[in-house]
Design a binder for this molecule. Structure first.
Ligand code: SAH
Ligand code: SF4
Length: 354
């Protein structure tokens, strides 16, 4: 395991401090920052605008990558790419690129595994393994930015919906977003990020107070506490009413719309009753509901909803004035659902390379 710090773990001010301690002028730090985040250079050798001595110093003091590609998979339509990476601590994480006609959306991870134990989720089934550092979160974005750069493109949207619960690794997640925001560097505006949380109320409140431009999505999945607790154990600690109070406060204080996510599981939470109760709970809130048919996982017996049941569910919400979109499952043939590639590779020990 490498002991050198990962360069993506540093803010510009921290790079400046290091360079100062080496007796270098501060504009050198800006050159490094731009090399990393604008030119997307991979290693010190590419920084030909720096002296050889400085390049060697960078090599000696920092590592430029923590993510080793283990597996890359492409969906049959070629529009979705999923990469499984290994971290220096040998944990596996994954990130997904979804190409649309006018968007390139990345889905990135904040933890290896997850402590929240949602029963239908492949990552939850793994348990908690490790928090990612801010730099390891950043590097997933840089990895795909380099790939897109080859065709003159860049990521347009970043959803923090990969492995892990971002509000259970709050500081690293926010630092990663801040670092990618920087105008002189990667310049990805906060509005282009969406954070999805299982509903850690204290962190939702903190996020609200920080008044960030980042979009917020809440994994709701059930409109009654008994059902939600049986699917998402964290609901026992943060039940629906209290969660929705925190959501209402978020909407009120930030003036932003909030999204609710709902994985439709046949005859579990895709019933007209669930839809009606949900519509009642959300009445008057500036929100949007995204429903997605369950992506089957190895450790859970529930089945995906059917198209007609999904349609009926959506209709009930719409009839009650709650905007609802049925999302398609992107890259289901490459197990692009949350944590699914990592668990599959682990279960079968199969290595599938392109
Ligand atoms: N931990 C965060 C973000 C990662 S999960 C959260 O739970 O919100 C991203 C989304 O995928 C969540 O809404 C989660 O509930 C959903 N999800 C997890 N497993 C799924 C599955 N098998 N099928 C459909 N959606 C799933
Ligand atoms: Fe963790 Fe989200 Fe999966 Fe729940 S759904 S186990 S919070 S990653």
């Amino acid at each position: 395991m490498t002991t050198k710090p990962l360069i993506f773990d540093l803010d510009l001010s921290e790079i400046e401090k290091t360079l100062k301690s080496w007796g270098e002028p501060s504009y050198r730090a800006q050159q490094i920052w731009q090399g990393l985040y604008k030119n997307l250079w991979r290693s010190p050798e590419e920084f030909t605008n720096l002296s050889k001595t400085l390049r060697e110093k960078l090599t000696g003091h920092f590592t430029f990558s923590h993510l080793a590609v283990t597996t890359t998979q492409y969906s049959s339509d070629g529009q979705t790419t999923k990469t499984l990476f290994q971290l220096p601590n040998h944990e596996a994480i994954e990130a997904v690129l979804m190409r649309y006609s006018h968007r390139n959306t990345l889905c990135i991870s904040t933890q290896a595994g997850c402590a929240m134990g949602c029963v239908f989720c492949a990552t939850g089934q793994m348990g908690f393994r490790a928090n990612l550092t801010s730099g390891e979160i950043v590097e997933q974005v840089i990895y795909y930015a380099r790939l897109l750069h080859q065709t003159g493109e860049r990521p347009t949207n970043i959803v923090i919906m990969g492995m892990g619960e971002p509000f259970h690794n709050y500081n690293a997640t926010m630092q990663a977003i801040d670092r990618l925001n920087d105008h002189a560097g990667f310049d990805m505006s906060a509005r282009r990020f969406t954070i999805s949380t299982v509903g850690l109320i204290p962190m939702i409140r903190r996020f609200t107070q920080e008044k960030r431009q980042v979009n917020l999505a809440i994994s709701l999945h059930a409109s009654g506490d008994d059902l939600r607790s049986s699917m998402l154990p964290i609901n026992k600690k943060y039940p629906i009413r209290a969660l929705l109070d925190a959501c209402r406060e978020y909407v009120k204080l930030t003036g932003r719309r909030i999204t609710f996510e709902w994985a439709l599981i046949r005859e579990v939470n895709d019933t007209p009753e669930q839809a009606k109760i949900l519509a009642g709970l959300l009445t008057g809130m500036n929100c949007h509901v995204n429903v997605i048919p369950l992506n089957p996982t190895l450790g859970y017996n529930g089945r995906a909803t059917t198209p007609s049941r999904a349609q009926a569910f959506r209709q009930i919400l719409e009839d009650n004035g709650i905007p609802c979109t049925i999302r398609i499952r992107r890259g289901i043939d490459i197990r692009a659902g949350c944590g699914q590639l990592a668990t599959h590779v682990e279960a079968s020990k199969i290595k599938e390379s392109p």
